[in-house]
Design a protein around this ligand. Structure first.
Ligand code: FE2
Length: 375
């Protein structure tokens, strides 16, 4: 491995060493049914649960996992809670991008000292599995980041959760491995504010920039900047709408979600053809790509290992940059509101986000918007 001299401009990243995405928590109107969707549709295993049966009175949470991906699906059990208000306003969506740290108290102190808004000071909780320390700060919209310090916690998930017995886990893995990136949509003119938030408060640095000439169609466009943490493992693209002739997909999201929030979660696979074939068979709906896209593909990306016919059949997109190529595909929104969706991504050298696919993709998204009467 090549040794790279330390970049002095990056030393500020050291104040918040992140070990990865611990979990992603969704607030949903019916967690029992949402858990079934992720188990059946994505092949995730139900691993842990908390609710009235386990002594938690105000909510029920289902933990589903596949390899390094862990989602927590939480629903309120009474209408007075802030959680119920969150669902009334936003619909189902991502509440919490929880990040693993070695020291949650230090993470909370360092980020709030730099201007982060604290939403939960550090609290230690314990059970038979050991102890964890959790603290949380706010990010865009009503979204938060919880810092999760697990010590050597051996329980099912967090104190208060019970392990789901073997026969109820029903894992039918589809090859999804880890979270590649998570994208936030913010309001017009707010992208740089949130990029600056991640730089100043969390020690991230700017990774890539796309302006509206990169990402535009005749009707709509957006701007996007990608920030990443010190290790480069965590990447958060931040989108804002840019003016177009008609309503952009970012504006549609902001209207439907009633403000900023997580737009999509990209899940990495080592075999996108196999993963997408299985997800399709399980009823996950993907965006359609015009057939003409594949006529252009060989000229645009050169030779690739995957058979073009299979990619066209599944609607998988391909992009190439100086480091290699990548394959990606996007689901339809997974709620009735046109808000959160998923991306499945396989990287073959490329560290990009599919810039060359934006135009093809957006034309496809706009056809769906038109079908909903929002274009
Ligand atoms: Fe993406």
């Amino acid at each position: 491995m090549q040794q790279v001299a330390a970049d002095p401009s990056r030393t500020s990243a050291d104040f918040l060493p992140l070990k990865g995405v611990d979990h992603i928590e969704f607030y949903v109107a019916n967690a029992k049914q949402a858990a079934y969707f992720y188990r059946r549709g994505f092949g995730m295993a139900l691993t842990a649960y908390c609710g009235p049966e386990t002594g938690t009175r105000d909510r029920a949470s289902y933990v589903v996992e596949q390899n390094q991906i862990r989602f927590v699906l939480t629903t309120p059990l009474n209408p007075e809670s802030a959680m119920a208000g969150h669902i009334l306003r936003h619909g189902d969506g991502v509440k919490n991008i929880a990040l693993r740290v070695d020291d949650a108290t230090a993470a909370y102190r360092e980020t709030t000292q730099r201007g982060g808004r604290g939403v939960a000071p550090p609290v230690v909780s314990k059970d038979d599995g050991g102890e964890v320390c959790l603290a949380a700060i706010a990010t865009y919209g009503d979204t938060i980041h919880t810092f999760v310090e697990r010590h050597n916690y051996r329980g099912a998930f967090l104190p208060g959760f019970v392990e789901v017995p073997g026969p109820d886990r029903i894992a039918e893995p589809t090859g999804l491995r880890h979270v590649d990136h998570m994208v936030g949509n913010v309001g017009l003119g707010e992208m740089n504010k949130w990029v600056e938030f991640y730089e100043r408060v969390m020690g991230f640095s700017l990774y890539q920039t796309f302006d509206d000439s990169d990402i535009s169609t005749e009707y709509s466009s957006l701007m996007s900047k990608v920030v990443s943490n010190g290790s480069g493992w965590i990447k958060f693209p931040i989108n804002e709408p840019a003016s177009g002739r008609k309503k952009s997909q970012i504006e549609e999201y902001l209207d439907a979600y009633r403000g900023p929030g997580v737009q999509h979660i990209a899940l990495a696979t080592d075999d996108i053809v196999s993963t997408v074939t299985q997800l399709s068979q399980r009823g996950i709906d993907f965006l359609k790509v015009p057939k003409s896209y594949y006529d252009e593909l060989p000229r645009r990306v050169g030779s690739i290992e995957e058979p073009l016919g299979q990619l066209a059949e599944l609607g998988i997109l391909v992009d190439r940059d100086q480091d290699g190529y990548m394959l990606q595909i996007f689901t339809q929104p997974v709620e009735d509101r046109p808000t959160l969706f998923f991306e499945v991504i396989e990287r073959k050298g490329s560290r990009g986000f599919g810039k060359g696919n934006f135009k093809a993709l957006f034309e496809s998204i706009e056809r769906e918007q038109a079908r909903r009467g929002n274009l």
